[in-house]
Design a protein around this ligand. Structure first.
Ligand code: ZN
Length: 78
């Protein structure tokens, strides 16, 4: 066991590591994020309701793997 937060999701079907895709506010639980992962071996997606903190942790873990984070939407004047 590790006391690091677990940010590796595994496919319930084949056990491969899932790739984080995106998260959006959960349509039925506004306090939660509906987080989508993809399994390439199964060629399908899995969605989970996660807390915003967990969704952020998965996004950050994904970002560590060399994928640049998407550019923030433009149009916000600060
Ligand atoms: Zn799978």
């Amino acid at each position: 066991m590790s006391d690091e937060q677990e940010t590796t999701a595994r496919c319930p079907k084949c056990g491969e590591q899932l790739i984080y895709v995106t998260s959006v506010p959960h349509p039925r639980s506004p306090a939660m994020q509906r987080t989508t992962f993809v399994c390439y071996p199964c060629n399908r997606t899995w969605s989970y309701a996660l807390t915003p903190a967990m969704a952020t942790a998965y996004a950050a873990a994904n970002a560590d793997k060399g994928e640049p984070p998407p550019a923030p939407a433009s149009g916000y004047a600060s």
